[in-house]
Ligand binder design. Structure first.
Ligand code: R5P
Length: 285
């Protein structure tokens, strides 16, 4: 049985159909002071799959309550699917006095969980923070599939650290790959050092794990259009699209913007349900 958190209703339905499971009738409401209330309106089988993001903050509490309600209702094996793991940026103390939020959240999530699945976490070190099994499948195959008939010549990562993602996508698309030189000055300010790439008259795909403010992607597209790329597609696993992100990206000359449904938006043209289903079926406890 799948228990859909309010961040992931459409994805839960897709997953239910992939796995041929029922969707649990669940009531999720808020009190006038915004405290969350959840109630399961049916008995639960011994194994349940809860699907809920840990972003934004209010979804975290809802996740804990759903896990607790499932346990209280007698679930023996709780699989927690976190399509987008919020709070993954802080995986260590960059400065004395900081909290390690990715680890703290992991400790809280695993209290009522037996297996956790999350897609393309910002920091793969997440693995080290869980004492229960954690699966981290990638959305790259479904993203690459979306672009298979777009004649992509080259896949680019917006920075060197993300090169592996570009390479993995390029292998599936049978195209070249490279990276751009990005420097982050602050949370919402990035610069890209000019780097000459062989993109003139080519179809380019820029792929990132997250699009947040859109600054990184817009800058990348701007650079590539300046270098006379024909089409510049933008793709990400997790489309947060904060503020004017989409406007910035489109204004930079983006041909098409797509994300997956880890965060549901009008740009969720690709579903990660088959990826989650495959991870589940290949996991042997
Ligand atoms: C950075 O390491 C990430 O991979 C993304 O490039 C970044 O989070 C995107 O942020 P923004 O859209 O705000 O530039």
């Amino acid at each position: 049985m799948i228990i859909p958190g309010s961040s992931s209703i459409a994805l839960s339905r897709q997953l239910a159909s992939e796995l041929n499971r029922d969707i649990a009738p669940v009531e999720i409401t808020r009190f006038p002071d915004d405290e969350c209330y959840v109630r399961l309106h049916s008995e639960v089988p011994s194994e349940v799959i809860i699907v809920q993001n840990t972003y934004p903050d209010r979804n975290i509490m809802e996740l804990f309550l759903l896990q607790n309600a499932a346990r209280e209702a007698g679930a023996q094996h709780i699989i927690t699917v976190i399509p987008y793991y919020g709070y993954c940026r802080q995986d260590k103390k960059f400065q004395e006095g900081e909290s390690i939020s990715a680890r703290k959240l992991a400790h809280l999530i695993q209290q009522d969980s037996d297996l956790v699945i999350t897609l393309d976490p910002h920091k793969p070190i997440l693995d080290a923070f869980f004492d229960i099994p954690l699966l981290m499948p990638s959305a790259i195959p479904v993203i690459a599939h979306f672009f298979h008939n777009k004649k992509i010549d080259i896949v680019l990562a917006p920075d060197k650290g993300a090169l592996q993602r570009a390479q993995d996508t390029a292998v599936l698309l049978n195209s070249g790959y490279d990276y751009l030189e990005k420097k982050r000055l602050s949370g919402d300010k990035v610069i890209m050092e000019s780097k000459t790439l062989d993109v003139k008259d080519k179809n380019v795909l820029v792929i990132d794990d997250i699009i947040s403010t859109g600054g990184t992607m817009a800058l990348a597209i701007h650079n590539l259009k300046k270098q006379e790329a024909t089409a510049v597609y933008a793709a990400c696993s997790h489309g947060l699209f904060i503020g004017q992100a989409v406007t910035k990206i489109m204004a930079a000359g983006c041909t098409q913007l797509i994300s997956t449904d880890t965060l549901e938006s009008p740009y969720s043209h690709v579903s990660v349900a088959p990826v989650i289903a495959e991870a589940l079926s290949s996991h042997s406890p």
